[in-house]
Design a protein around this ligand. Structure first.
Ligand SMILES: C[S@@+](CC[C@H](N)C(=O)[O-])C[C@H]1O[C@@H](n2cnc3c(N)ncnc32)[C@H](O)[C@@H]1O
Length: 199
């Protein structure tokens, strides 16, 4: 088993056994949520709000050794944990950790794609964040969003957005051809979906 942390339900670092006991999602699920959005979409990506790296590892798996990933989180400890897991499982993929707040302008090269997994739901002003995010993408670049499929938050997931709400918001920001890719059941808030949009 690839040594990843549960993407959302279990918080931060967990031993693999703990992950198996308590988290319904594993690396295969993470890869499954991203696959269709990432394959064929270029090799230079960012993961915004990457945390302990569940989806960074999935991205590394999908991009392979010619991939390059900017892994952004404001939590430096999570990025260190993630760095260890990446070195262990995907030592040939180039991953640049960046301790930063994605609500502010980031120093990034033009990107082929961006993953935001379970991180947009922390922001009240999602439109402003997404305008910044869109600006990092090359023409026809991709945004893969992973979120809980609900519009009703709680103290831990304050501003989730259902796929329906996402499709509306993405169009408002200027993304096009938004499509739902995959979903997995979640013990919390019903299910988690992935969606692909183009710049
Ligand atoms: C629930 S975790 C999800 C981590 C990972 N994407 C996953 O799905 O497993 C949310 C992560 O987003 C980060 N985050 C939230 N808001 C952020 C911001 N404005 N800038 C940078 N990181 C942020 C948190 O530090 C945390 O690591």
């Amino acid at each position: 088993m690839i040594g990843v942390m549960c993407s959302r339900d279990c918080g931060t670092s967990s031993a693999a056994a703990h992950v198996r006991q308590t988290c319904p999602m594993d690396h295969r699920d993470h890869v499954g949520l991203l696959r269709e959005g990432v394959l064929g979409g270029g090799k230079t990506w960012a993961d915004l709000g990457s945390g302990a790296g569940a989806f960074t590892l999935a991205l590394a798996d999908l991009l392979g050794p010619t991939g390059s990933i900017y892994s952004v989180d404001r939590d430096s400890r999570a990025l260190r944990v993630q760095g260890r897991a990446l070195r262990e499982s995907f030592p040939n993929v180039t991953v640049a950790p960046l301790v930063a707040d994605f609500t502010l302008p980031l120093e990034l090269p033009p990107l082929d794609g961006i993953v935001m997994a379970n991180s947009l739901h922390f922001e009240r002003d999602q439109l402003a964040v997404l305008r910044l995010v869109r600006g990092y993408l090359r023409p026809a670049g991709r945004l893969v969003l992973v979120e809980y499929d609900t519009d009703h938050g709680n103290p831990w997931v304050p501003f989730p957005l259902s796929y329906r709400s996402w499709a509306t918001l993405a169009a408002e920001v200027g993304f096009r051809d938004t499509q739902r890719l995959a979903s997995v059941p979640s013990r919390f808030l019903g299910s988690i979906y992935s969606a692909l949009s183009f710049c």
